[in-house]
Write a protein that binds this ligand. Structure first.
Ligand code: SF4
Ligand code: SF4
Length: 324
């Protein structure tokens, strides 16, 4: 039956350090996420109650009265939806903040170090209660997943249950054997964002001195991806700050990053924009904005190197303005 609904509200859940949410897609518009529960610190969840709340929210959506977070959201869409069933098949794990990078645009409060709650009991509970299905996606936010104590256990749990898709976002600073083990599987994607093509720019943006380590690890992962052609992607978060202190919004940087990616045996590249800058400037961005020229340049150069192009979150919002 055709009506307006959203895949995230139907079957997704996001675990953060102190809350759980339906999604993160209201962040750019409202600077907060669509909450399920706050505070939350790993306590047992009443899934019957949570699913009932979801059902009511979905019914409101269907009747054209969605939450304010969902109005004008790109994922609130009209299509033929199957009858809703109470299960989760898209889980985003992002309940820790420690990281071995210190990106200039990171919004995570890494000090004081927040101790992550234990995650395996939550997963086991979800599985035991038939709430968790494995035909969807596991995604790691973070913090840096390879520093997470339970990372290997969580990965093995999902792969042992034949999870359909896995997305891992990593700084790339620490090489992970468990990622290396699974990266050749077609359902696995690893994204690393060097955001730069030289050590100085990297240090200015990341505020750690790990440029060479990261590219060495990207190459090792790319080698391990074997036939999983788009297993490893490098990402470039454009920082078009007016002050020019963190200069990566330049053609030369972009071109050299693409060349480095190609030389590191990466086949897929992703362009994005720093989300806070975007939130404050989105109304000023039209097809003549300098950002659009950089995007088009990125596409052109990636094509020359036979690199597969993708866009993430904000990058995707920019896409309709390209090549007009
Ligand atoms: S419509 Fe948008 S804000 Fe609402 S639940 Fe879906 S993704 Fe989140
Ligand atoms: S890699 Fe991610 S979590 Fe770590 S500092 Fe950068 S943005 Fe923050």
């Amino acid at each position: 039956m055709k009506y307006k609904s959203c895949e995230f509200l139907r079957h997704a859940i996001m675990f953060w350090t102190n809350e759980i949410d339906y999604c993160c897609h209201s962040g750019i518009r409202f600077f907060e996420f669509y909450k399920i529960k706050k505070p939350y610190n790993g306590e047992a969840l009443d899934w019957d109650e949570l699913m009932l709340e979801r059902k009511i929210k979905l019914q409101n959506m269907k009747e054209g009265t969605p939450s304010i977070f969902c109005e004008n959201c790109q994922y609130y869409e009209e299509r033929d939806w199957d009858d809703w069933e109470p299960y989760i098949n898209f889980i985003i794990i992002s309940h820790w903040t420690h990281c071995n990078s210190n990106c200039i645009y990171c919004t995570l409060d890494k000090k004081p170090k927040i101790k992550p709650y234990n995650f395996m009991p939550i997963l086991k509970d979800m599985k035991d209660k038939n709430i968790l299905r494995f035909d969807g996606r596991l995604s790691f936010g973070g913090g840096e997943p390879t520093l997470l104590k339970e990372f290997d256990k969580i990965m093995n749990f999902f792969y042992d249950n034949n999870i359909a898709n896995v997305q891992i976002n990593s700084s790339g600073i620490k090489f992970s054997k468990i990622i290396e083990k699974y990266i050749s599987l077609e359902n696995t994607r690893l994204t690393i964002s060097p955001d730069s093509s030289d050590a100085n720019t990297y240090r200015n943006i990341k505020r750690v001195n790990k440029f060479n380590d990261v590219w060495k690890n990207i190459k090792k992962y790319a080698k391990a991806q074997k036939d999983n052609k788009f297993g490893v992607s490098t990402k470039y978060i454009l920082l078009p700050f007016d002050s020019g202190f963190y200069p990566n919004a330049y053609k030369e940087q972009i071109k050299n990053w693409l060349i480095l990616s190609k030389e590191s045996m990466v086949n897929s590249v992703i362009m994005d924009i720093e989300s806070h800058w975007y939130a404050y400037n989105k109304n000023k961005i039209d097809k003549n904005h300098p950002i659009i020229e950089l995007y088009e340049y990125f596409e052109q150069e990636a094509k020359k190197l036979d690199l597969h192009v993708e866009y993430f979150a904000v990058g995707e919002l920019i896409k309709p303005l390209l090549n007009q």
